[in-house]
Design a protein around this ligand. Structure first.
Ligand SMILES: [Zn+2]
Length: 96
């Protein structure tokens, strides 16, 4: 199951961005670690330079309110799944 981690804005609590596969909690946030989420990307929302490690947290802004979504390295994350999670089937015993 594909999982993505969305980034929640600390001001308006909406999410326009998500972590990219380049995200590394050991390193300072840069432009390549966070990307604009769908469907906003296909809406043509403006995004920061997502291939630029020179882009810092001050340039990564919430698409809803324009606030910085990363402050002092703090990212509010939430996991989101592409498909609805099915209940974990722990009772997988078969009775004879
Ligand atoms: Zn916001």
């Amino acid at each position: 199951m594909k999982k993505r981690t969305i980034v929640v804005c600390p001001q308006c609590f909406q999410s326009s961005h998500e972590l990219s596969e380049n995200y590394d909690p050991e390193k300072p946030v840069n432009g390549t670690m966070i990307m604009l989420s769908e469907p906003y990307r296909s809406y043509g929302w403006e995004t920061h330079a997502e291939d630029d490690t020179g882009v810092g947290e001050g340039d990564i802004l919430c698409g809803f309110c324009g606030e910085q979504i990363v402050k002092n390295g703090v990212i509010i994350m939430e996991n989101e799944y592409d498909t609805p999670t099915t209940s974990v089937n722990k009772k997988h015993r078969r009775r004879r």
